[in-house]
Design a protein around this ligand. Structure first.
Ligand SMILES: Nc1ncnc2c1ncn2[C@@H]1O[C@H](COP(=O)(O)OP(=O)(O)OP(=O)(O)O)[C@@H](O)[C@H]1O
Ligand SMILES: N[C@@H](CCO)C(=O)O
Length: 303
């Protein structure tokens, strides 16, 4: 009977103007230790994980079972031990990480041999948008283009020479609730302006013109104007972070967390200053995870 570990990073999404398209993989992790055995058993070691009553109702098990069935395969029983440092419903991709956990679990246990593209397709069908899942599968900053019922195209950017600071409030905001405040339609003029901001943001990032990227990041017209009123301290965090040297600060995913891109080497200092002003927040400098989902035998896993 084999034993292995699946590690999935957290993610931020949108990064301002890249609504449902840009994803950034971050160094908080959901980790499953998997031991094949004759019966199912699920053990959770972290208080950040949602409660469950039986393994059949566990979200990760359900995704794994569904994925195996999709390929007409059986899902062998195992003991799952789950740990997580990704807070729930905060805009850091917790649901995307759980979806990927289920898909990768089926991939390993049922020997599906899924490609990155297939994982991305399956995970997007579950999440409804590809941004978080792409980042957590692939790692780094990933740009996706998704037209329903078509292959998802993606491109991973080279490493960003910046620090990332996240501002996590002590309240949840479900993605569904945060999507409900968005308009159904945009005029051609609005869409053209919003796209031009997004285009220039990406061009500036690639050119390492980080001041310009930060300026464009904060000019989103697709979602931030509609969500700003449901994000605690939206303006205050943006303004103070800018004052302390951030290039730009935006809502992380659907919120309520915010994320700042700051000059390389200044992350810790900005964390210190912002923590004094927002003491109820968990403010952290997070590493970008460049590897995405990882599977390793236990010998290879760092304790
Ligand atoms: N590890 C997990 N195991 C089981 N269910 C999970 C897990 N992580 C997240 N979920 C489910 O996903 C819900 C949160 O999803 P939601 O999309 O609202 O927020 P998020 O993914 O954290 O934020 P965002 O999509 O903005 O990044 C949880 O309330 C829970 O139902
Ligand atoms: N693009 C998604 C990310 C959160 O799941 C949104 O903003 O709703």
């Amino acid at each position: 009977m084999s034993k292995f570990t699946i590690t999935i990073p957290a993610s931020s999404a949108n990064i301002g103007p890249g609504f449902d398209s840009f994803g950034l993989s971050l160094g908080l992790y959901l980790r499953l230790t998997v031991e094949e055995q004759d019966t199912w058993e699920v053990k959770q070691l972290s208080n950040l994980l949602p409660a469950f009553d039986s393994y059949e109702n566990h979200f990760i098990y359900m995704i794994a079972e569904e994925t195996a069935n999709h390929f007409n395969k059986q899902l062998p029983a195992c003991k799952l031990t789950i740990e997580s440092s990704i807070p729930l419903a905060r805009g850091l991709g917790s649901s995307a990480s759980a979806v990927i956990a289920g898909i990768e679990l089926a991939n390993q246990l049922s020997h599906l041999d899924l490609s990155i593209s297939e994982k991305l397709q399956l995970a997007t069908a579950k999440e409804g948008h590809p941004d978080n899942v792409a980042a957590s599968i692939i790692g780094g900053f990933v740009v996706t283009a998704y037209t329903e019922n078509e292959t998802i195209h993606y491109c991973k950017l080279d490493s960003l020479d910046m620090d990332m600071v996240t501002f996590i409030p002590n309240v949840e905001l479900k993605t569904t609730a945060s999507r409900n405040v968005l308009p159904e339609q945009y005029s051609r003029k609005q869409a053209a302006i919003a796209s031009s901001i997004s285009n220039l943001f990406i061009a500036a990032l690639i050119n390492k013109q980080y001041d310009l990227a930060g300026e464009m990041m904060e000019k989103d017209l697709f979602h931030e104007p509609y969500r700003s009123s449901i994000i605690p301290n939206y303006l205050a965090i943006k303004q103070k972070a800018k004052q302390f040297g951030a290039y730009g600060t935006v809502i992380s995913g659907a919120g309520p967390t915010m994320i700042a891109f700051v000059p390389s080497g200044s992350g810790e200092q900005i964390v210190g200053k912002m923590q004094e002003l927002f003491p109820s927040y968990l403010i952290q400098k997070l590493e970008v995870d460049n590897d995405g989902v990882q599977v390793s035998t236990n010998k290879e896993v760092a304790e």
